[in-house]
Design a protein around this ligand. Structure first.
Ligand code: BES
Ligand code: MN
Ligand code: ZN
Length: 482
């Protein structure tokens, strides 16, 4: 999508729609201009409390006087809780979503020119994300991205904003594609193609190579499926040669039926989203390469399908993970940790200086933190602080959960080193993280459980339902500020 500067004067704008940022004081220049052009329509609207300019709330004006634009959408900018870049993303997303209902050529955005370039970058990303829907297979689309954006704001934000928005949308697309389209092999192929186009180094390991390298836990999860597992390693070497890479590790269960511990249909129906961690890693790596960031980053995604069959792993099976740890399987639905176990140990052996993993790992995380907040667990507080700061700045909330050793005690097995579920169901997000901790050695590590925010059952004002592409912006932000 191309982006061009918008004319300073709203009266000179010619476009198919315009999105105008508004607060109660009418402090943005475009809101004031619109108010003058319409003889105080906007002031009266606010005065009579027909509409409150709360963040991401919109109000439509058809063919307002004095404008050469058939549709103006007012979008509220006011919110006390979020930093400016986070507000910018949501406001722009809501504006874009409000005008996406039919095809339009040029859509102009006049949000807040006093924002810094970072906020405008987030806003442009928001505009791309808000105008793209999950309607991949609808003949009659509900979302129509504009052909061109006209933007009031610093031009230095145009290209990074477009890169970020596109990368988030690619992560969303991977999640939204049906599980019969995106399975381990096909996802690896698509990532290989996108990665190569963006300048990433891409390596794909097939089931034979995984076998030879002892990925016993990950392979056991994939055994129930006709479709063989894949490991994809993405590499971006933009930093100094001696700098050890940050490794991003993603859970890529392309469909989670639960395996022999079969899920009920109600819990299974959205389980194409169980590769959202891997999708976030892919989206981030694509953005990092396109932005040519001066950092060294590895992206590792473990791709498997978790299905029941005559070949499935069984309850009571003992697996040998890549790092030699033996694991008793007591629930085949606790498969994400088995996949991550081997991929985390691979990241360590590839020389990672730090690891961040992302996974739709536990339903317990939804119980603990709700649908919008990711759980954060770590063995290294400084790294956790960096991730938290980036997440807060982007408006992708994360919250810490404790890693007390008592939770680890619950994962000990009588027949093997550890078991894949805890003796008790309480604290399930933390016991899963304690399981993962066995596979990172002493590498500084942050685990993000994104089971809540990865997938929306209902749309938000600034984004359609379905895959959210969550944590791509946070991770890119983190890599830009280190
Ligand atoms: N993929 C699920 C977790 C999940 C649940 C993600 C809801 C997104 C929304 C994971 O593989 C799983 O099934 N976890 C089990 C673990 C249990 C068997 C210890 C769970 O949460 O019930
Ligand atoms: Mn599962
Ligand atoms: Zn799962």
């Amino acid at each position: 999508m191309s982006i061009q500067p918008a004319p300073e004067n709203l009266a000179q704008l010619e476009a198919d729609a315009v999105v105008i940022g508004v607060d109660s004081e009418l402090s943005t220049p475009a809101a004031r201009q619109l108010d003058e052009l319409t003889d105080g329509l906007l002031s009266r609207l606010l005065q009579q409390e027909e509409w409150k300019p709360r963040l991401a709330s919109t109000f439509r004006l058809y063919a307002p006087a004095g404008l050469n634009v058939p549709l103006a959408v007012l979008v509220g900018l006011e919110d006390d809780d979020y930093p400016v870049a986070a507000r910018a993303f949501r406001a722009a997303g809501a504006g874009a979503k409000a005008v996406a209902g039919k095809p339009r050529g040029q859509v102009a955005f006049y949000l807040d020119p006093s924002w810094d370039a970072e906020a405008h970058t987030q806003a442009i990303a928001g505009a791309l994300v808000g105008s793209q829907g999950q309607d991949l297979y609808r003949t009659e689309k509900r979302f129509h991205p504009p052909e061109q954006l006209l933007w009031q704001g610093p031009q230095e934000a145009f290209s990074p904003g477009a890169v970020l928005g596109r990368s988030v949308n690619q992560a969303r697309q991977l999640v939204n594609e049906p599980p019969d389209v995106i399975y381990p092999e096909s996802m690896a192929q698509r990532v290989q193609q996108w990665g190569a186009e963006s300048g990433l180094d891409v390596e794909v390991m097939d089931e034979k190579q995984l076998e030879a390298e002892g990925f016993g836990a990950m392979l056991a999860v994939g055994r129930g499926s006709e479709r063989p597992p894949r490991l994809v390693v993405l590499r971006w070497s933009g930093g100094p040669q001696e700098q050890p890479p940050l490794a991003l590790v993603g859970k890529g269960v392309t469909f989670d039926s639960g395996g022999l511990s079969l899920k009920p249909s109600g819990s299974m129906k959205t389980m194409k989203c169980d590769m959202a961690g891997a999708a976030a890693v892919v989206g981030t790596m694509l953005a990092v390469a396109r932005l040519k960031l001066p950092v060294n980053v590895l992206g590792l995604i473990g791709l498997v399908e978790n299905l029941p069959s005559g070949h499935s792993m069984k309850l009571g099976d003992v697996l040998r993970a890549r790092n030699g740890t033996t694991i008793e399987v007591l629930n085949t639905d606790a498969e994400g940790r088995l996949v991550l176990a081997d991929v985390l140990s691979k990241a360590v052996d590839l020389g990672a200086g730090q690891i961040i993993d992302l996974a739709t790992l536990t339903g317990s995380c939804l119980v603990a933190l709700g649908t919008d907040v990711a759980g954060l667990m770590t063995n290294n507080q400084p790294l956790a602080d960096q991730v938290t700061q980036a997440a807060t700045a982007c408006g992708e909330p994360v919250w810490p959960l404790p890693m007390f050793k008592e939770f680890g005690e619950l994962m000990k097995s009588d027949i093997a080193d550890i078991k894949n579920i805890s003796e008790i169901r309480w604290g399930g997000t933390i016991t899963a993280a304690k399981f993962l901790e066995h596979f990172v050695g002493d590498c500084p590590w942050v685990h993000l459980d994104i089971a809540g925010p990865a997938y929306l059952e209902k749309p938000k004002p600034w984004i359609d339902a379905g895959g959210t592409g969550c944590m791509v912006r946070t991770l890119v932000h983190l890599l830009q500020h280190r």
